[in-house]
Ligand binder design. Structure first.
Ligand SMILES: [Zn+2]
Length: 290
C-alpha cells in the first residue's frame, strides 16, 4: 500500500477475542489498516463458536459447526490481510443458563489463571506494541467475552512482571492496551431493530451493554477498508448468511460498522516505548465524532 515505508513499520498488533466473528464486526477495518501498514497482526480466538446459531442447514452438531467456523474465521482474517490466527481450543459456553455452560471444555469453566498464562506465553513470544480485547462490558455481556477481557488484561500485566514465570520467556511491556468500545446507544438500537429487544437480556444487562460515548477516545475512519471489512463479515457465512443470527443487522447499523471503528485506550502501570498501532492509525485516519 502507498503509506508503507521503512519508517512506518509497526510493531506487532495482537487481538484477543472469544469467538469467530467477534473480530470482524468489531475491528476488521483497523486490522486491515494495520496489516497494510506492515504490522504483523495476530489474532487469538479462544473458542470455535460452537454454540452460535447457523444459517447453514445441518450444522447442528456443535463440533462440526466449530470446524466450519474456524475455516470461516481464517477466511475472514485473510480478507483483511491477517494470516496469524490462533485457536485456543476452548469451547463456546453459549449464553448464561444454556446446557453448554457445563461442557468440560466450556470457556466459562476454564481456569482463568491457566488461560492468562497461555496468553503470557503468546505475548512474550510475539512482543506486541498493542493489544486489543473486549472491555468490561463484553459488548453485550457474553460470558466468554468477559473471560477474554479478564484474562487478556491480566496477561498484559503478567507478561511484564519479572517475578511471573520467568521460564516462560523474557518479560514484555505492551505499549498500549485497547478495549473494543461500541457506543451503547447504537448497540441498543441495533438489538431493538432486530425485533428481539430482550434477546436473553434483562433490563440490567441493557444498562451494561457497550460503552458510553464519553469513554470512547479513539474513533477511526475505516471507510478505505470498507469493502474488505464487508468481505470479512461475509466470510462468516454461518452468522451473516440468510437466516443466520446476524443476517438482519439493519442497513444503517451495517453502514456505521463499515465506516468507522471505536476503541477505548486503557491506562497501563508503565510508560512503554514502542509504537501504538491503534493510535497511529487513528491519527492518520481520524473519524469525526458525531
Ligand atoms: Zn463473541
Amino acid at each position: 500500500m502507498a503509506d508503507r515505508s521503512a519508517e512506518d513499520r509497526f510493531d506487532p498488533l495482537l487481538l484477543i477475542f472469544a469467538h469467530p466473528d467477534d473480530e470482524a464486526f468489531g475491528c476488521a477495518g483497523m486490522m486491515a489498516a494495520a496489516a497494510d501498514a506492515g504490522a504483523h497482526v495476530a489474532l487469538i480466538c479462544a473458542t470455535r463458536g460452537e454454540m452460535g446459531d447457523s444459517s447453514v442447514p445441518n450444522l447442528d452438531d456443535p463440533e462440526i459447526l466449530g470446524a466450519v467456523r474456524e475455516e470461516e474465521l481464517r477466511a475472514a482474517a485473510a480478507a483483511v490481510g491477517v494470516a496469524d490466527v490462533r485457536l485456543l481450543d476452548y469451547r463456546d459456553s453459549g449464553m448464561p443458563g444454556s446446557p453448554a455452560n457445563d461442557h468440560p471444555r466450556a470457556l466459562s469453566r476454564a481456569s482463568e489463571a491457566l488461560l492468562a498464562t497461555r496468553l503470557v506465553v503468546a505475548i512474550r513470544a510475539l512482543r506486541p506494541a498493542t493489544v486489543v480485547t473486549f472491555g468490561p462490558d463484553g459488548i453485550y455481556g457474553h460470558p466468554d467475552h468477559l473471560v477474554a477481557h479478564r484474562t487478556a488484561v491480566a496477561a498484559v500485566e503478567l507478561a511484564a512482571d519479572p517475578a511471573f514465570r520467568p521460564e516462560l520467556g523474557a518479560t514484555w511491556q505492551t505499549a498500549a492496551l485497547y478495549f473494543l468500545a461500541i457506543p451503547r446507544d447504537e448497540l441498543l438500537a441495533m438489538f431493538e431493530q432486530r425485533g428481539n429487544p430482550n434477546n436473553g437480556m434483562g433490563p440490567d444487562m441493557a444498562e451494561r451493554m457497550g460503552t458510553l460515548r464519553d469513554e470512547i477516545d479513539t474513533w477511526i475512519d475505516v471507510s478505505p477498508w470498507a469493502e474488505r471489512k464487508r468481505r470479512a463479515m461475509v466470510a462468516h457465512l454461518t452468522q451473516t448468511g440468510e437466516g443466520g443470527p446476524i443476517a438482519e443487522v439493519a442497513e444503517d447499523a451495517m453502514e456505521r460498522r463499515l465506516s468507522r471503528e471505536t476503541f477505548a485506550r486503557v491506562p497501563l502501570p508503565w510508560a512503554a516505548d514502542g509504537r501504538d498501532v491503534v493510535a497511529t492509525i487513528a491519527a492518520r485516519h481520524p473519524f469525526r465524532k458525531p
